[in-house]
Design a protein around this ligand. Structure first.
Ligand SMILES: *[C@@H]1O[C@H](CO)[C@@H](O)[C@H](O)[C@H]1NC(C)=O
Length: 211
């Protein structure tokens, strides 16, 4: 890791929150945040992805404590990501799927999707596990980031150096890789064998996001 990279790993039951801070200049002046993850960090992608489909987060009491309306967050108020954005004086980071133009992403983008797994659906299908949830796994989220990146670099006018002041938040991700199979009656012993693959996928994504 280059100087200035900080890696925090915070463990809460069955979930791992992994926050990667990328900065050459210290942690004082982030101008953009990019986030990858699942419902713990989703600020609207899942809801956008299902169109008019039914989901409880479309209704109160989701959002009632802070926003006063549902916002696509799996929460009654702000998420950890929202507090991080506030702490750096940035606006809340908009969901990638809700963005219409590069102007919506001047301060970053949130690629996290509720229900997302680190491993992709092909992995689960190869194990005979029905992958009926969102296929916006970590690999897809990284593809979204790579798709958005050229316009961010172009808009900023300062090439890849613009990323020096970007904060990357990777997490929470990985919990659903265990939840989904467990809900389908898979044993803890079997699900435990996925752990190295989950960790490898998260690590590869973090390295793949570095350029
Ligand atoms: C799914 O992930 C595997 C690695 O675990 C990768 O080889 C494969 O290309 C991915 N498939 C899709 C459809 O993204």
């Amino acid at each position: 890791m280059a100087p200035g990279h900080l890696l925090f790993s915070l463990h809460i039951p069955t979930l791992t929150i992994l926050i990667l801070l990328l900065s050459q200049t210290g942690n004082c002046c982030f101008t953009r945040i990019f986030c990858f993850g699942d419902s713990i960090s989703d600020t609207g992608n899942y809801l956008k992805s299902i169109g008019d489909g039914y989901h409880p987060i479309r209704y109160l009491p989701y959002g009632e404590t802070y926003f006063g309306r549902p916002t696509g967050r799996f929460c009654d108020g702000r998420l950890i990501l929202d507090f991080i954005a506030e702490a750096y004086g940035l606006p809340f980071i908009p969901a990638y799927l809700s963005g219409n133009s590069i102007e919506d992403h001047l301060h970053g983008a949130n690629f996290a999707v509720g229900g997302a797994t680190a491993l992709n659906n092909s992995y689960f299908e190869s194990k005979g596990i029905e992958a009926s949830w969102t296929d916006y796994s970590l690999g897809t989220q990284l593809e979204w980031f790579k798709k958005l990146l050229p316009s961010i670099l172009e808009e900023s006018g300062c090439g890849s150096s613009v990323m020096r002041n970007a904060l990357f938040v990777v997490g929470e991700i990985g919990g659903n890789d265990y939840n989904h199979p467990l809900f389908q009656g898979r044993t803890l012993d079997e699900v435990r064998t996925f752990v190295p693959d989950v960790i490898r996928t998260i690590s590869l994504t973090i390295h793949g996001g570095m350029f």
